[in-house]
Design a protein around this ligand. Structure first.
Ligand code: FAD
Ligand code: FES
Ligand code: MG
Length: 277
């Protein structure tokens, strides 16, 4: 069993942070890797990136957005409750090296996945310029944590309630014109990562994205997480989740992510009905 030792609600309760006791995983975890959690015996296997891992405390931290049945079930777990299963660390760690100036771009809950990568890049003595965005000011997460590891931090909101009124890509475009960037790392909604990759391509700035296809086993056996990168078939759980954004077939990824939407909606509605009764 994997006990929740700390729990925090963020972004008006739409995002939950759980610190979970998992000493063996914490000892091995590296930035960019993920775990698969299962709440109970009949639970769905849910992949979540580790936003942090503390080998001394023997804990890992995940930050997830409540989007459907399983994350709604996860939200019901309190401090002292346990996840039945946790598998990890899974996936390839981020490639952290000194390259020079790096733009770290995060949208919505993607900032949780971006944070350990940006933090590692800073520790590797890169100049880190971060751009984080959300729909509204109250949906911005990890602002102080990102500020602490960034040389410069830009905030963007879709409605202008905080920072730049508009998209993260508008600030990135300005940076590309003004600065010489050596690397861009983008994590967030698929359309955002696609747009970032389209913007950096003509400037020849290497762009790394973290992909989130539907995963089941997380060990390269089921094929559920198949993505096309540079015309080749890759399994995001073992070959990724990070890939060269200029090579990713984002349209295929978006199509595959929506494959079970009607079943997911049905299952979430049935869960809410049971809660209402
Ligand atoms: P559902 O209603 O079942 O699904 C909502 C949408 O989530 C679906 O339309 C689909 O696009 C996606 N989804 C559903 N099932 C899966 C699945 N088994 N695997 C992947 N996506 C799925 N989310 C976070 O908020 N924080 C994270 O740190 C994070 N890290 C991730 C790391 C990886 C490697 C991957 C692949 C996904 C990550 N996700 C993360 C996404 C998270 O796994 C999904 O939001 C979650 O599985 C949704 O489950 P649900 O039952 O609540 O929603
Ligand atoms: Fe099954 Fe990647 S999740 S092959
Ligand atoms: Mg689900």
């Amino acid at each position: 069993m994997y006990e929740i030792v700390k729990r925090e609600e963020m972004a008006g309760g739409t995002v939950i942070q759980n610190e979970i006791r998992a000493p063996l995983i914490a000892r091995k975890a590296k930035p960019g890797q993920f775990v698969i959690l299962k709440a109970d015996e009949r639970g769905e296997r849910i992949p979540l990136t580790m936003a942090d891992a503390d080998p001394e405390r023997g804990t890992i931290t995940v930050i997830y957005k409540v989007v459907g049945k399983s994350t709604e079930l996860f939200k019901e777990l309190k401090v002292g409750d346990s996840y039945q299963d946790a598998v990890g660390p899974l996936g390839q760690p981020s490639r952290i090296e000194k390259v020079g100036t790096v733009a770290c771009v995060g949208g919505g809950t993607g900032v949780a996945v971006l944070y350990p990568i940006a933090s590692g890049l800073k520790r590797a003595e890169n100049r880190v310029i971060s751009i984080i965005g959300a729909r509204t000011a109250d949906r911005i997460i990890l602002e102080e944590e990102m500020r602490a590891i960034s040389d410069q931090l830009f905030i963007c909101t879709d409605d202008g309630s905080r920072g730049h009124h508009g998209f993260v890509t508008e600030i990135l475009k300005r940076l590309l014109e003004e600065e010489s960037l050596d690397l861009t790392v983008a994590v967030g909604p698929v359309p955002m990562m696609k747009f970032v990759s389209d913007i950096t391509r003509p400037y020849g700035v290497k762009t790394v994205v973290s992909l989130n296809p539907i995963m089941i086993d997380g060990t390269g056996m089921c094929g559920g997480c198949r993505v096309t990168v540079g015309g080749e078939k890759k399994f995001a759980c073992v070959d990724g989740p990070e890939f060269d954004g200029h090579q990713v077939d984002f349209d295929q990824l978006m199509q595959r992510l929506g494959a079970y939407q009607s079943e997911e909606r049905e299952s979430s509605e049935a869960h809410r009905c049971r809660l209402d009764r």
